[in-house]
Design a binder for this molecule. Structure first.
Ligand code: FMN
Length: 190
C-alpha cells in the first residue's frame, strides 16, 4: 500500500493559474513550517521569504519594469503585460531569496540547494492542501535591482524568484512523468 503522504508527492504538479482565495493563515503557517523542514548543511537556514499579497502582487511587475529601465535591461513589453494579467488574479506570492556565504563555512551552492529544497517543500505542502503553486523566475528575477527592491540586496542575498499560491482556476489534471529508469544507473566498485 502506498502511504497517503507518498501519493501526495507522486501526484504533485505545478499550477500557474490560480485565484483567490489564497491560503488561509493556518494553511500558510503549514506551508512555511514545511519549508523549515528542508535539509540544511550547518543549520544556516539560508532561505528568506517575503510575503506579497493581494493588490501588491501585480505591483511586482512595476518593480521589474522600473528596475529594468534603471539597469538598461528593460523588461519586454509583452512579458510585462503577460505578467500583469497573470499576477492580477494571484492572491499570494512568496518572494524567495537565499542568504549568501560571508564566512566561508557553507558554500553558496549548498545554501541555494537548501533554499530550493525549502521551496520544493512549500510546493508539496500547497499541493497537499489542495492549493495550486508555481515557482517562476520570469518576471524580472534576474534584473539588477529587483531583489533589492524586495528587501534582498545583492551583496547579501541571491534572489531566486517567486512562488505563487492560490486556488486553481481550472481543474488540475494528472500529468504523466518520464520513467525514472532513464535517469538512474547502478554504480559498482571496479
Ligand atoms: C527555479 C525555477 C524557476 C522557474 N521559472 C519558471 C518561469 O519563469 N517560467 C515558467 O514557465 N516555468 C518556470 N519554472 C518551471 C515551473 O515552476 C514548473 O516546474 C514547470 O511548469 C513544470 O511543472 P511541474 O512542476 O508540474 O513539472 C521554474 C522552475 C524552477 C525550479
Amino acid at each position: 500500500m502506498i502511504p497517503d503522504t507518498l501519493n501526495t508527492l507522486l501526484s504533485r504538479r505545478s499550477v500557474k493559474f490560480v485565484q483567490a482565495p489564497g491560503p488561509t493563515d493556518e494553511q500558510l503557517d503549514l506551508i512555511l513550517r514545511a519549508a523549515m523542514r528542508a535539509p540544511d548543511h550547518g543549520a544556516v537556514r539560508p532561505w528568506r521569504f517575503a510575503l506579497v499579497r493581494g493588490a501588491d502582487v501585480p505591483a511586482l511587475v512595476d518593480v521589474a519594469v522600473r528596475a529594468g529601465e534603471a539597469a538598461g535591461t528593460p523588461l519586454p513589453e509583452a512579458k510585462a503585460a503577460n505578467g500583469r494579467k497573470w499576477l492580477s488574479r494571484v492572491p499570494l506570492v512568496i518572494a524567495i531569496a537565499c542568504v549568501l556565504d560571508h564566512d566561508g563555512r557553507i558554500p553558496d551552492h549548498e545554501r541555494m540547494l537548501a533554499t530550493g529544497t525549502a521551496v520544493g517543500n512549500m510546493l508539496n505542502a500547497a499541493h497537499a492542501l489542495g492549493l495550486g503553486a508555481f515557482w517562476s523566475t520570469g518576471v524580472g528575477t534576474y534584473i539588477d535591482g529587483v531583489g533589492e527592491a524586495l528587501g534582498f540586496d545583492a551583496l547579501d542575498y541571491r534572489f531566486m524568484g517567486y512562488l505563487s499560491i492560490g486556488t486553481p482556476i481550472d481543474p488540475v489534471e494528472a500529468v504523466e512523468r518520464p520513467d525514472y529508469r532513464d535517469f538512474v544507473s547502478e554504480w559498482h566498485a571496479a
